[in-house]
Design a protein around this ligand. Structure first.
Ligand code: SF4
Ligand code: SF4
Length: 391
């Protein structure tokens, strides 16, 4: 059977409309009972990136989570909702409350799961990855019978796009996430490990919330944009291929899609994917603003070379810069910086750029949008985009 992706239109997050769209999407891909069985423990792996409100479009919308949870419970399975937010020192239950996931759990009868409270299990890299030979995955995830991946459609400053595969990074608890950035400092290497996580976690179903996604400086500092669609597939790779195409990328522009396709973990070629439901052309928005990135220029340059030739590469860099007028000195960026290059100097939060690996975790985690991405002179000249938030 060909890999299928179902596209279902849904104009907004009115719960009744979302419930209907979710039911329709599940029917189109053969019914939920194909993927889960009564009595199973099923995790809805949401995107709870940060402590933000649903309308900010940084996290999976709780109406989608509630709709899927109700279907899982209707089938007689036990349903859990969980994620590990990007900020390692986050109050996880507070984040679950603010993002609306606690309400979704209450309304549906699901339970919130705190990955950070569970054991962490070392799993050998299924691809023999030398940079990150052992994946640290929350035992809470590994204890489940089935994972349903509930991702948000967004741009991403580091991996260009975040959908189903990138969403699984949250199965790595708190502090360990920053270690991945140090061990695999280039986007391609980092994506290799994300694909390793996909191979271990093996979601049975992937639903991408594109009712309202994020464009521009995703995954957290961009603008909400309505696409009005939900995407369903048992194949995370195919779902990412379709969603990234819907916002103007070629599927293999996205390393995670390309690597996962090459490894045979799914289908990344659009002409081999059977799309059911609404036509892609009806929902795609090719003028979706992409994130500021020097990714395509510097992706192959090792960090040490980047530093060695810094007078030249500096011109190409896109560096994080703190807007002191917006900074609330919460120190979330400081704690989340894998290179430990953000400091509190006499009450002012500053970035020491010489050790910065351009992972943009700080930009992703700042709840006050106080971190801008500043283009070097050559990056500006070459027209590398930094929409709306350019310093
Ligand atoms: S830049 Fe943002 S995350 Fe960092 S201390 Fe300031 S407000 Fe907090
Ligand atoms: S300063 Fe920001 S972009 Fe640089 S390494 Fe730290 S978190 Fe990453």
């Amino acid at each position: 059977m060909a890999t299928e992706v179902a596209i279902v239109k849904c104009p907004d997050y009115d719960q009744a409309k979302v419930d209907q769209a979710v039911q329709h999407g599940l029917e189109l891909i053969g019914g939920l009972s194909q993927f889960i069985k009564p009595g199973q423990k099923v995790l809805l792996k949401v995107n709870a990136l940060m402590d933000s409100l649903p309308e900010q479009a940084a996290t999976t919308h709780p109406a989608v989570v509630e709709a899927v949870a109700k279907e899982v419970i209707k089938l007689g399975a036990k349903c859990f909702i969980g994620d590990s937010p990007g900020n390692a020192t986050a109050n996880v239950m507070g984040t679950m409350e603010r993002t609306g996931f606690t309400r979704a759990a209450k309304n549906s009868g699901a339970e919130i799961l705190n990955f950070q409270k569970a054991w962490i299990t070392d799993i050998p890299s299924p691809s023999g990855n030398k940079r990150i030979p052992e994946l640290k995955i929350s035992q809470a995830v590994l204890d489940m019978d089935a994972i349903i991946n509930l991702a948000k459609l967004k741009t991403h400053g580091w991996t260009l796009f975040t959908g189903a595969i990138k969403n699984l990074f949250g199965t790595v608890p708190g502090f360990f996430k920053s270690k991945y950035h140090i061990l695999a400092p280039q986007p391609y290497e980092f994506s290799e490990s994300l694909v390793d996580i996909l191979a271990v976690v093996k979601p049975v179903l992937n639903i991408i919330d594109g009712i309202v996604g994020m464009e521009g400086q995703g995954p957290s500092a961009g603008q909400a944009r309505t696409m009005g669609a939900l995407f369903f597939s048992s194949d995370a790779v195919a779902n990412d291929a379709v969603c990234s195409a819907a916002i103007g990328y070629k599927p293999f522009d996205i390393d995670t899609t390309k690597i996962a396709h090459q490894r045979g973990l799914g289908i990344g070629e659009l002409d081999k994917i059977e799309m059911v439901g609404t036509d892609l052309e009806e929902v795609e928005q090719r003028d979706w603003q992409h994130s500021a990135t020097n990714y395509n220029l510097t992706r192959w340059i090792p960090g040490w070379l980047n530093r060695f030739f810094s007078p030249i590469t500096k011109l190409l860099r896109i560096d994080p810069e703190i807007d002191q007028t917006k900074c609330q000195k919460c120190e979330i960026c400081l704690n989340g910086c894998p290179a430990r290059t953000i400091h509190n100097r006499n009450g002012q939060i500053v970035i020491d750029l010489k050790n910065c690996i351009m992972c943009y975790c700080c930009h992703e985690l700042c709840p006050y949008k106080a971190i801008k991405l500043k283009r070097g002179w050559l990056a500006k000249l070459m027209g590398i985009a930094a929409p709306n938030n350019d310093a």
